[in-house]
Design a protein around this ligand. Structure first.
Ligand SMILES: [Zn+2]
Length: 478
């Protein structure tokens, strides 16, 4: 790594190349190859997420990647939102197709076409299904690997309930899952914003998005959870018979953690001038062992290293680096790859029955007695998580600010993260004000902070000057 993280955009371009996370040379615009080091972490992230979803009653399924045009066209707002980004399949072999197929941009229409066949009575509810898959969207904004590309990898969970109340509870549960995994385990802080009406998911009643901040203080949208109400149940005819033998439409929610994009946040939030810094539980290699050998001591040292590799592998993912490089070159390499713990072992360590332990997150080194090694690593696993989270939280909370006028906002948006502004309304009538902010300041309204009760008093909307009814947050964004 030669580029400091303070030059974030270049640092990011450089780290995804140097740490071998993806290859951008695949000759299809907006598509990249995800390389093993990235995929190994993403697989761990998928597993953590899926386990949590299943613990909350979700079950997995796999739906076709192709969606018949007739399915996609059923819900009009959804059509309007997604059709401009759809990749269409129009021919099979040499023959044009009678009906076009969409490569799924998201799976509401695929899944709900089937939900209408599966849901009949109260016994079929709630229905909570998730799938792990990739989706395709013809993005017209600039693409950046993991952050925005025309193909990405995610989990989408689609739930149906008998009552509105249960659906509302599900939205809260989705937020809880996001906090538990994204913040507590991946150590990425965020705010949940209720999106303004003009920026909700196409077809939803309300959208709640988790927004993180990248090091350049631009917002990165992470998982969103959507209250769909009965907006899809009606056109897709998803009904159940209630206790009074009356047909009722179901209430629905959906939740979409995009793992590839969450991975971008993990890279960006924790990385430093030396490369990646990964939370212990999602690192592809958790412990690397570097032997310090001279010709005459090699055999003895390697024997001890292999012994330790075998022992630690029972519990962790361990790599013994037997390559020809100097120890210094190996240190740099594994630090760039973000391996959380490094053990250095030479003859002198063996004589003292200890190893030198290096922590990637703090860059601190200390000798540890061999008999205490496993206990120390187990303790560090939690300490590393705590340290990464505290560091990220502290930075995140320091970036946010307030502004009561357009001038003040314009000045602050250059150097701050989420900025709270008084605004006329988050209903559709507020859209022209959001457009003023977008065109004038190149900033974007993220929404109202979930859970914030405070209302502006005697303040004016910074765009139109009418009395402000609500505080909204705005920032630059990816
Ligand atoms: Zn306004």
């Amino acid at each position: 790594m030669e580029i400091p993280k303070s030059d974030f955009s270049e640092w990011y371009n450089s780290i995804i190349k140097d740490a071998e996370l993806c290859d951008i040379r695949y000759d299809l615009k907006g598509f990249v190859v995800f390389r093993p080091w990235a995929v190994m972490t993403m697989n761990r992230m998928f597993t953590i997420y899926e386990k949590e979803l299943e613990s909350k009653g979700h079950v997995p399924a796999l739906f076709p990647a192709l969606i018949p045009e007739s399915y996609l066209m059923k819900e009009s707002e959804h059509v309007e939102g997604f059709v401009p980004e759809v990749f269409w399949i129009t021919a099979a072999g040499n023959n044009p197709l009678e009906e076009r197929y969409a490569m799924r941009p998201t799976s509401e229409t695929a899944m709900y076409s089937m939900y209408s066949l599966w849901i009949h009575g109260l016994k079929d509810l709630p229905l909570k299904i998730y799938q792990r898959c990739q989706v395709w969207r013809h993005e017209t904004k600039a693409t950046k690997p993991f952050i925005r590309s025309r193909e990405f990898y995610w989990i989408e969970a689609h739930d149906a309930f008998a009552t509105e109340k249960e659906a509302e509870a599900q939205v809260k549960e989705d937020m809880g899952i996001t906090e538990k995994i994204l913040h507590q385990q991946f150590c990425v802080p965020f705010f949940f914003f209720k999106r303004p009406q003009w920026d909700k998911f196409a077809g939803a009643v309300d959208t709640y998005g988790a927004d993180a901040l990248m090091p350049d203080r631009k917002a990165l949208q992470l998982p969103s959870t959507h209250m769909l109400g009965q907006n899809f149940a009606k056109p897709f005819n998803i009904k159940y018979m209630d206790d009074n033998e009356k047909e009722q439409y179901v209430w629905q929610t959906c939740y979409g953690p995009a793992i590839s994009r969450i991975y971008a946040a993990v890279i960006a939030v924790h990385g430093d001038d030396k490369g990646l810094v990964l939370p212990f539980d999602i690192a592809p290699v958790q412990i690397v062992i570097v032997p310090i050998v001279k010709k005459e001591t090699k055999e003895k040292v390697m024997k001890k290293c292999r012994e330790l590799e075998k022992k630690l592998s029972e519990k962790y993912v361990v790599k013994l680096d037997e390559g020809e490089d100097t120890p210094g070159a190996k240190y740099n390499y594994w630090e760039m790859k973000g391996v959380p713990i490094r053990l250095e072992i030479g003859l002198r360590d063996i004589e003292k029955n200890s190893v030198m332990l290096f922590r990637r997150d703090t860059k601190k080194k200390e000798p540890v007695a061999v008999e205490k090694l496993e206990g120390t690593i187990e303790k560090l696993r939690e300490e590393i998580r705590k340290n990464l989270k505290e560091k990220a939280d502290k930075w995140f909370m320091e970036q946010n600010d307030k502004a009561d006028s357009m001038e003040e906002f314009e000045k602050k948006v250059e150097t701050r993260g989420f900025i709270r502004i008084p605004f006329c309304t988050d209903q559709m009538e507020g859209k022209p004000c959001a457009e003023i902010i977008r065109d004038k300041v190149h900033a974007n309204i993220r929404g109202s902070l979930y859970g914030e009760k405070e209302k502006p008093r005697g303040k004016k909307c910074i765009a139109c000057g009418k009395p402000a009814k609500i505080y909204l947050y705005a920032s630059r964004q990816y």
